[in-house]
Design a binder for this molecule. Structure first.
Ligand code: C2O
Ligand code: CU
Length: 475
């Protein structure tokens, strides 16, 4: 993607939404301030990773798969100096943060990408607590292992737990299977095969309930990883019985939604895409590409599988282990991945983060289609190269109606905002990425309070790369 449109946009964007524009300056001033600065260096470069005794050559941040966790507190200023040790230009996108537009890391829209050998410093305030992540926003770079968790703590958060554990989930191929580029070329050339001709009409209603889709994914992966570890050498969470663990689940996968369950345990969901929700107990949840869930779990006595099952794929599942006490008793009576599943309609934002109900000032359709049998993916019948920005005005309540006319999942992500999923006609759970199911129509409401040019795109890497991206723009 890219090309003339994006470049024209870039020039226009830098003029209109530069760091000195009064709107951006006002938005910056309104952000929380703690007075603290967290400084870090980040190097994107080729590296060798060990996968259960098998070494694979790939590209990583600081030699680690996944990239090391970045942790800050709400209101801190993050100053991250990224050096590009890759052969191609790159950027870093801070997924989910309502940051200033010129730090958002979108090539040719918010910045010129960092050339090989060059260094860029990202410097911005973090306005909200929660579980976020970082990754490049250039072509398929994310699929090679370039991503890591970004956790923003809130000292006043009303949750109590003993341990804080990130589980970074990823479908992974580079160095052990076909390259991401080969997968993309295959999709661009051959499309979706048998599923390629299908178009689904949506059922008319806008709904946030979560019937399971029939998505099969575009790409089979030889490996699914938890914190960079394959099932043969699983990541182990060691604790003691009765301890309360906050798991921060991040789906960094390019083309896989995961069904997550912890044998013998129920999970209490306390946050979605970083924003708190009223606690809900479930046996299992499906986490779409780029989504995050924070769950609390009280450790039982024994060793329990953390099942991470690719949704609708035949690939071998990922797995981690929760080990407490002696750690030798296998889990008994596990609810497992077949238990009661979480739906968006189950989730309610806490009072503190709820978007007040208000009639939208503008309602914009966002129609998601597959054309040419899956060789091209569009938003409102345009690819990214052809797109025209969805023009909205500052200070409005905007409703986006995400209308999935395909048989695939589309995890739709809006940069720079955390919208509310409309449920029963009212703004509900706050999210920045919503997994729109096959044939589903889902509405999200947002307030235009962070001026800039913000990407709206499918976080399935292949759909995005083959066109399913556009821009929401306001000054
Ligand atoms: Cu994870 Cu455009 O973003
Ligand atoms: Cu998609």
């Amino acid at each position: 993607a890219g090309g003339a449109t994006a470049l024209a946009l870039a020039r226009d964007g830098v003029d209109r939404i530069g760091p000195r524009s009064p709107e951006v300056a006002a938005a910056e001033r309104a952000r929380a301030r703690s007075g603290r600065t967290v400084s870090r260096r980040l190097t994107a470069a080729p590296g060798t990773v060990d996968l259960a005794g098998r070494s694979a050559r790939t590209t990583v941040y600081d030699g680690a798969l996944p990239g090391r966790e970045i942790r800050a507190a709400v209101g801190d200023r993050l100053r991250i100096t990224m050096t590009n040790g890759l052969d191609d230009p790159t950027t870093v996108h801070w997924h989910g943060l309502a940051l200033r537009n010129d730090m958002d890391g979108v090539p040719d829209v918010t910045m010129t990408p960092t050339a090989p050998g060059a260094t860029t410093t990202y410097d911005f305030a973090v306005p909200h607590a929660g579980t976020y992540w970082y990754h490049p926003h250039v072509e398929l770079q994310r699929d090679g292992g370039l991503s890591g968790p970004l956790v923003v703590e809130d000292p006043d958060e009303p949750l109590s737990y003993d341990e804080d554990v990130v589980l970074h989930l990823d479908d992974w191929t580079d160095g052990v299977g076909r390259s991401p580029q080969a997968n993309l070329e295959d999709l661009a050339r051959n499309g979706m095969g048998d599923m390629g001709g299908m178009e689904m009409s949506s059922d008319g209603g806008v709904d946030a309930t979560h019937p399971l889709g029939t998505d099969t994914g575009d790409v089979a992966y030889p490996l699914h990883l938890v914190n960079g570890r394959p099932p043969a050498d699983p990541y182990v969470v060691s604790t003691r019985p009765g301890r309360r663990i906050r798991f921060r689940l991040v789906n960094a996968g390019g083309d896989t939604a995961y069904r997550v369950a912890i044998g013998g345990h129920r999970m209490t969901v306390v946050a979605s895409d970083g924003f708190p929700v009223e606690p809900v107990e479930v046996d299992a949840l499906v986490i779409g590409m780029a989504e995050r869930y924070d769950v609390l779990v009280t450790a039982g006595d024994g060793a329990f599988p953390i099942d991470v099952v690719p949704e609708g794929k035949e690939d071998p599942p990922a797995r981690a282990v929760l080990r407490s006490a002696s750690g030798v008793t296998p889990a008994a009576g596990a609810a497992g991945p077949a238990g009661r599943l979480l739906t968006y309609a189950d989730l309610r934002p806490t009072e503190a983060v709820a978007l007040r109900a208000r009639k939208p000032d503008a309602t914009l359709p966002v129609v998601l289609r597959m054309v040419r049998g899956g060789r091209t993916w569009t938003i409102n019948d345009k690819t990214y190269d052809e797109h025209e920005p969805l023009d909205v005005l500052s200070g409005q309540r905007v409703r986006l109606v995400l209308d999935n006319r395909t048989t695939m999942f589309h995890p739709m992500h809006l940069h720079g905002h955390t919208y509310a999923v409309v449920s029963g006609g009212r703004p509900g759970v706050r999210k920045d990425t919503v997994n729109v199911l096959p044939g589903q129509r889902l509405a999200v409401d947002l307030d235009t309070d962070n001026p800039g040019q913000w990407l709206l795109h499918c976080h399935n890497l292949y759909h995005g790369a083959l066109g399913m991206m556009t821009v929401v723009s306001y000054v």
